[in-house]
Design a protein around this ligand. Sequence first.
Ligand SMILES: Cc1ncc(COP(=O)(O)O)c(C=O)c1O
Length: 400
Amino acid sequence: MPKGDTLTFNPAQVFNSYDPVPASGIERAAEIMRSGRMFRYSVGRDASEAALLERDIAAYVGVRYALGVSSCSSALLLSLVALGVEPGDKVLLPGFTFTAVPSAVVISRAVPVFVECTRDYRMDVDDFRRKITSDTKVLLLSHMRGHLSDMDAIVELCNKHGVAMVEDAAHALGERWRGKQAGSFGKTGCFSFQSNKIANGGEGGMLVTDEEELMAKAIVLSGAYEGNRRKHFISSPLLDTYGHQLPLHNVRMTNLTAAIVRPQIPLIAEKAKRYRKMYSYLERALTAGNRIAFPQGHPHEERIPDSIQFRIEGFTPDQMRAFIKKVNEAGVPIVAFGVGDDNARHFDNWKYVGERPNLPQTREALANACDMRLSSNLEEKHLAYLVEVIRDAVRQVGVQ
Ligand SMILES: Cc1ncc(COP(=O)(O)O)c(C=O)c1O
């Protein structure tokens, strides 16, 4: 294993770094703070960074409407409410996702029905087909870690069975399936600007849709009261209709968040290039001649690989723990989905969903799976170190 004292960089620092806010975003945020108008509705629509980001995102994703909110979790919850999900309704969702996703279902007092995932971290379409029943109202599809599921088959099944799809595209801003943006397939699409995502707003989210009625409902639900309902780039009589019919839950985006996210949207294409280069290097180097397996890409998917997932074939749980310990000691922040009782992405740890989900295939897929976010500024020397640390640890633990 490379010795820390011969390194010219601090691995823990490098691998945990975040993208800075572009200078124009910092300047705009400072200007907003000087004016005191951080509240999106304290200015008119054309001066509101939140409204302008909504307009930018709608154009970027290729949909009619977008609504800035406080997080992707808020966007998921508003989507379920706007779609009319009621207590006791069944919502299908993949068994491999982040805990915020089943949480949105449980908080809306609906019943989560989990669908198996594959070893490639995608929703298993055959299991989805099996689990659709006459009372399935909604599919909440997570593009977990940006791995897109078979959108052709899923859209067809949803249309055939009258299932409304909500896309959890938290990790998928800028990704495409057959050239169409993730988040634009469902009734709604939900994105995250939390710092681990491709556009770093600290926190923040966006709900997109092509449907006027869903957008009008979501705007009201998110906290637009009185004349504020008209401070968005949508004019619809439904805003006033729902303004008096729906409850409000304030999860609005601030102008500050929007100001720091806006200049990051045009940077996504360039970042995607860098990530794809990093990823192909890591995939090639790590899978060469040992027991590490990367997921199979799909020919229709254009992923932006800002994280890696890989399996270590044949390792026992003890070996997985030993592997994680070794790489963490070397400053490499890899986690294993199936190790310990605190991983927010393993269904065993979602005690609030009631009965433990019965997902043998997903359990097996996650058992030896590792996960690491990639910083966008990693250089060749950092990647070489990462490869060496992982390969060394696999070798050493493999002979124990
Ligand atoms: C797959 C997935 N969905 C939803 C979310 C929730 O996003 P937010 O933190 O913006 O609520 C996350 C957060 O990391 C996520 O990983």
